[in-house]
Design a protein around this ligand. Structure first.
Ligand SMILES: NC(=O)c1ccc[n+]([C@@H]2O[C@H](COP(=O)([O-])OP(=O)(O)OC[C@H]3O[C@@H](n4cnc5c(N)ncnc54)[C@H](OP(=O)(O)O)[C@@H]3O)[C@@H](O)[C@H]2O)c1
Length: 350
């Protein structure tokens, strides 16, 4: 059995990791940390995790594999000594997602605590970056919004279907903002209401731009051409789930070559994701409820022929494919295990 530890089990992402790891056949969760709840039994903090005998400790015990579900900055500080000691890590925070430490400082408002590790960090969207993840020792789990947007747009960008000009309209449930209390996410404010936020620039925007740039076909330039991206997140009154509707103009060349663009786009997406256990191209626009509690991302591509625009709807559970499930998929890939281990379950419905 591979001994696994979770740093900061008391947040939503950490708690979800513990829930999913319980049924993982090759690993055993042996150490969990927390700050204010240190000393308590995991079951006392999360009654749904009464299956565990574990106690929450202030520091991690010796383990073979570490997940960090700490907030940004605190995560890099805690992860750095482990990575330097050779322990494989999946970091669920944003700390190792952006390549450029100056960009990290600009968006996160702090100097990067371990900039020397950025070069070895691998962006952990397994479907788009499988070989580097398999060889990675420090894997940066993607943000939940970037994950939904990148899986929606990657096949089209890769095949030269769309221009470098994208609009991403996303809706998220309240757990996306974490377990800490805030006025905007409590029931009286978020219930029976929908609101846009982050219009002046959300922290997930530079991550989307950085990774989407790599999806477009290489051009004769030293660096990938960065797409223009307008990303507007919305808060909706559900517990879990992200739905993103992504729009991009078709390239004139692709539009001219494809007389039945709706059919062509579907076969392109089906081919791109053939054999992927956690991405499914659907026949009808999916709903967040179709992925609740599962590691699936459902993608529905179509073409608005009047406007000559690609429209792709994607849904996932922000705590599973958008966080803990993706982290386990990455761990499986890093350890040479089948990617589906511990994750092969249908969504909870209704
Ligand atoms: N929620 C999501 O959908 C989601 C998706 C993808 C990635 N993530 C990332 O996952 C990480 C955890 O997110 P979350 O949503 O699970 O957070 P959360 O539910 O808000 O939990 C945050 C926890 O962090 C602890 N904490 C706060 N500051 C700390 C510090 N400086 N050192 C140690 N512990 C600290 C708090 O516990 P005490 O105050 O009790 O110690 C709290 O339990 C974040 O980096 C987030 O960006 C979250």
């Amino acid at each position: 059995m591979i001994k696994v530890g979770i740093m900061n089990v008391t947040g939503y992402a950490g708690g979800e990791l513990a829930r999913l790891l319980y049924s993982h056949p090759e690993t055993r969760l042996t150490s969990v940390t927390g700050r204010s709840e240190a000393g308590k039994r995991l079951a006392d903090v999360f009654p749904h995790l009464a299956c565990y005998e574990l106690k929450i400790a202030p520091e991690l015990d010796l383990v073979d594999f570490v997940y960090s579900a700490l907030p940004h900055a605190a995560s890099a500080e805690a992860v750095a000594p482990l990575v330097r000691a050779g322990v494989p890590v999946v970091d669920i925070s944003a700390d190792f997602r952006l390549r450029d430490p100056a960009e990290y400082a600009a968006w996160y408002g702090v100097e990067h605590p371990a900039p020397d590790l950025l070069q070895q960090a691998v962006y952990g969207l397994t479907e788009l970056n499988r070989a580097p993840v398999q060889h990675g020792r420090l894997v940066a789990n993607p943000g939940c919004y970037p994950e939904a947007a990148l899986l929606a747009l990657a096949p089209a960008a890769n095949a030269g279907v769309i221009e470098h000009d994208v609009v991403i309209d996303s809706k998220s449930g309240v757990t996306g903002a974490g377990r800490g209390l805030s006025l905007t996410t409590h029931l009286g404010e978020a219930g029976e209401s929908v609101s846009a936020y982050g219009l002046s620039g959300h922290r997930h925007l530079p991550e989307i731009v950085q990774e989407l740039a790599k999806c477009f076909p290489p051009v004769e330039a030293p660096q990938p051409v960065h797409p223009r991206v307008t990303f507007t997140p919305h808060l909706v009154p559900i517990t879990r789930g992200i739905l993103s509707t992504c729009y991009a103009p078709l390239t004139p060349a692709w539009a001219a070559e494809n007389r039945e663009p709706g059919k062509a786009i579907r076969s392109l997406y089906e081919e791109f994701y053939a054999g992927e256990p956690f991405v499914r191209v659907t026949d009808a626009p999916p709903a967040t409820k179709h992925t609740r509690g599962s590691n699936m991302c459902l993608v529905y591509p179509t073409v608005d022929e009047r406007a000559r625009r690609l429209v792709v709807v994607s849904v996932l559970d922000n705590l599973v494919k958008g966080a803990a499930g993706q982290a386990i998929q990455n761990m499986n890939a890093m350890l040479g295990l089948p990617e589906t281990l511990g994750l092969d379950m249908p969504a909870v419905y209704p």
